[in-house]
Design a protein around this ligand. Structure first.
Ligand code: SAM
Length: 278
């Protein structure tokens, strides 16, 4: 009936979505492309329902094509007769092996229905793990940095595949970036490390990313003003009391004729810092 591409999240089993878990529980076979995704999947389904797929460690396009053809040929009958799931770490549509499977299925087994369940990607999880806030009004670029390269240009970048942190670091610092590295973030397998010292992360662990930011690119926020009257502990002496009358949420329709939902949506966007016009 259906092949589901299911995002497992960054690695800790309780960071997968409720929907993703439900799909895995209902699937006849849960196909896994690697050891790490397998170990997360087995937290949710018994080993007997895991189907291991074998992919060669090669960049040879011909060999890769034939491995994907073989994988698709194995998965297609399960997906036609019942439900198959293919798991990936993070999100299935972000730098993921699932894209190869989707294209191969479309080419050779177009009758198989396909559905994707998104997962918590390293693209978003990095912010919490590294203590970074992408504030309203700022932009963020996603780049690859394998083999020690140092992509530069945007004010803020998440760099994936940082396989030679010391070499990448050199180029980034030269170009004026502050850089923080994160290895195996929110992962149960292996040791998590967050550091700004690239030499501490030089054993070339594939599950390493970096966040690079130009210090001058900081965007001022309305709430920064609170800190101006804060004491040395960062506490403001009025204890957070409001100075004007409190505005209760009445749920009443305002005179302007705008519906409550429209008004709430407008105010949510405004709180995010977006300029909102009527
Ligand atoms: C092929 S991409 C897979 C991305 C994944 N589909 C996602 O949405 O997060 C692999 C790269 O993502 C980054 N990555 C993925 N998970 C990570 C984690 N838990 N901790 C650190 N980096 C991670 C690393 O840079 C790694 O080289």
């Amino acid at each position: 009936m259906t092949l589901y591409g299911v995002g497992l999240g960054p690695g800790q089993s309780d960071l997968m979505t409720v929907r993703g878990r439900r799909v895995l529980e209902d699937a006849d076979v849960v196909y896994s492309p690697g050891r790490l995704s397998r170990s997360v999947a087995t937290e949710h389904v018994p080993e007997a329902r895991i189907g291991d797929l074998d992919f060669p460690m090669t960049r040879d396009a011909e060999k890769l094509r034939s491995a994907w053809k073989a994988a698709a040929a194995e998965i297609a009958p399960t997906a036609r007769d019942g439900t198959a799931a293919f798991v990936t770490l993070g999100d299935p549509n972000v730098y993921s092996t699932f894209g190869h499977l989707r294209r191969t299925m479309a080419a050779f087994h177009p009758d198989v229905e396909l559905e994707v369940v998104p997962g918590v990607s390293a693209v978003t999880a990095f912010a919490t793990a590294l203590g970074v806030e992408i504030t309203a009004g700022s932009s963020l670029a996603l780049r690859e940095a394998d083999g020690g390269i140092s992509p530069t240009g945007p004010d803020r970048m998440v760099l994936f595949k940082v396989t030679d942190a010391p070499a990448t670091h050199e180029g980034l610092v030269e170009a004026g970036y502050d850089v923080v590295y994160g290895r195996r973030l929110f992962m149960e397998q292996g040791e998590t490390l967050v550091t700004d010292d690239p030499t501490g992360i030089d054993e070339r662990d594939y599950y390493t990313l970096a966040y690079a930011e130009r210090p001058e690119a900081r965007v001022e926020q309305a709430t920064d003003a609170f800190l101006e009257s804060a004491d040395e502990n960062g506490v403001v002496s009025d204890g957070g009391e409001t100075t004007g009358p409190r505005r209760a949420s009445t749920g009443r329709r305002p005179d302007g004729g705008e519906s409550d939902i429209a008004r709430q949506e407008r105010s949510e966007s405004a709180l995010c810092g977006d300029e909102v016009r009527r």
